[in-house]
Design a protein around this ligand. Structure first.
Ligand code: FAD
Length: 404
């Protein structure tokens, strides 16, 4: 019993608070928010939001009235330490909050580029609303952007910048784009599509320095000796989970805050969810740390259920999406550790799915402009079923028959 205090008002934190109230939780719920906005959706920051002219209110999960009506206390501030013995959270303001249960939903922060001039105002990152606002403001006065990192966020931004008329170069150290996350078939498709759009993609190279004059960026030098002119640099080289609060309180951390399959830390009064959590997954046979809206939201629902008496291990199926230019990528399952990829549909027709198998088992599906395949994959996984690689490759095989 007692108050639930939630550190971080992003996707996970917001959802825990909302789900607790939905389940009838009646004690105090506080959401500690260190951003100067009501809780909002992050995915549009590198997609529609940066393209359009809608105001920040278009991103908010709920208007201010919702929090008042639901008695969710939004507390502006930053948590700085946890007194576990006293079950008390300390904020930077000096304020202290007693908790019955503490939820760490601190997310992740951008990995910073370790190069001279990387802290100039023309070098931008994309994580929070203020980052996206800053880019939106600066872009109309820029003509050439170098994007460092061809992950989801770098490519989403690159596609948008190109549509906005900028010259775009993308640098990637790996031999293909989104190498950590998708099959080489899907990488190849996106490389071709972005290049068709006029984006120059440089693979197997690194930025070695950022040149500037009078505090303004003028270009980027590459590890292969080339130099690219630029008046804007956008960095998307991954994130670091925010684990320090947990670590300083003596909770076990590794590549995330370590939690069990119930999302509990070593301290039964403290849980961690979302991007910051390294959670035990019996289904996937190990520990996972995922960075997705699905993961943060489903973690939040699982935890809120536990705190209101419905204790079950976390066992949701991962899914994800990314919009790049006119293409929509959707991923169902975890497309890692596969040994065979089967295509359904035709990349030349801009609509296909990569079905990934480990042995006979379908582990995940990457769909491009094939929402039906994606939804099929999620439903099939929910039923713990599979289809054979031969069925997947055969467009005359009716997917629905596998769900019957
Ligand atoms: P977050 O949403 O990051 O929230 C954590 C919050 O905690 C932040 O507000 C942070 O400031 C705050 N915080 C940290 N420490 C403290 C502290 N000590 N005190 C108080 N507050 C603190 N996922 C998808 O599935 N699809 C997409 O298309 C997609 N696109 C994305 C595009 C961008 C530009 C970004 C940045 C992310 C995208 N993601 C996408 C990932 C997704 O947004 C994250 O996985 C998700 O937000 C994780 O939720 P979270 O609650 O764990 O962390």
């Amino acid at each position: 019993g007692g108050p639930v205090i939630i550190v971080g008002a992003g996707h996970g934190g917001y959802q825990v608070a909302a789900s607790l109230r939905q389940a009838g939780f009646s004690d105090r719920v506080c959401l500690i928010n260190d951003e100067a906005h009501l809780p909002y959706q992050r995915p549009p920051l590198s997609k529609a939001y940066i393209k359009g002219s809608a105001g920040p209110e278009s991103l908010m999960f709920r208007p201010e009235k919702f929090y008042a009506d639901q008695k969710i206390e939004l507390i502006a501030g930053r948590a700085v330490s946890i007194d576990r013995a006293g079950r008390r959270l300390h904020l930077a303001s000096g304020e202290m909050l007693d908790y019955g249960h503490l939820v760490l939903a601190t997310g992740a922060r951008n990995r910073l580029l370790d190069l001279p001039n990387a802290n100039l105002p023309d070098v931008k990152y994309l994580r929070i609303l203020d980052d996206s606002e800053a880019l939106r403001k600066i872009m109309p006065s820029r003509t050439r952007v170098v994007v460092i990192g061809a992950g989801f966020i770098g490519l989403e931004f690159a596609a948008t910048a190109r549509i906005k008329g900028l010259e775009v170069d993308v640098l990637e150290l790996a031999p293909r784009v989104m190498a950590r996350a998708v099959t080489s078939e899907v990488s190849a498709y996106f490389q071709a599509r972005h290049r068709e759009a006029g984006i120059r993609i440089h693979l197997g190279v690194q930025a070695t320095s950022i040149e500037a004059e009078d505090g303004r960026v003028t270009g980027v030098s590459l590890s292969d000796g080339r130099h690219l002119p630029a008046d804007l640099v956008v960095v998307g080289v991954g994130v670091l989970p925010n684990i320090e609060l947990a670590a300083e309180a003596g909770l076990p951390v590794a590549a995330g805050i370590i939690v069990d399959e119930y999302l509990s830390t070593a301290d039964p009064d403290i849980s961690a969810i979302g991007d910051c959590a390294l959670f035990a997954s019996p289904r996937f046979g190990g520990s996972l740390r995922l960075e997705s809206v699905q993961n943060a939201t489903d973690h939040a629902r699982c935890l809120a259920a536990r705190l209101t008496g419905d204790r079950k291990p976390y066992d949701s199926h991962p899914w994800f999406w990314s919009d790049q230019g006119d293409d929509k990528l959707q991923i169902a399952g975890l497309t890692t550790g596969y040994d065979r990829v089967v295509l359904r549909g035709d990349p030349a027709k801009k609509a296909f799915s990569a079905f990934c198998y480990r042995g006979d088992k379908l582990v995940g599906i990457e769909s491009i402009n094939r929402a039906g395949d994606h939804m099929f994959g999620r439903r099939l996984q929910g039923m713990d079923r599979s289809i054979t690689p031969e069925q997947a490759a055969d467009e005359s095989f009716d997917l629905k028959s596998a769900l019957a």
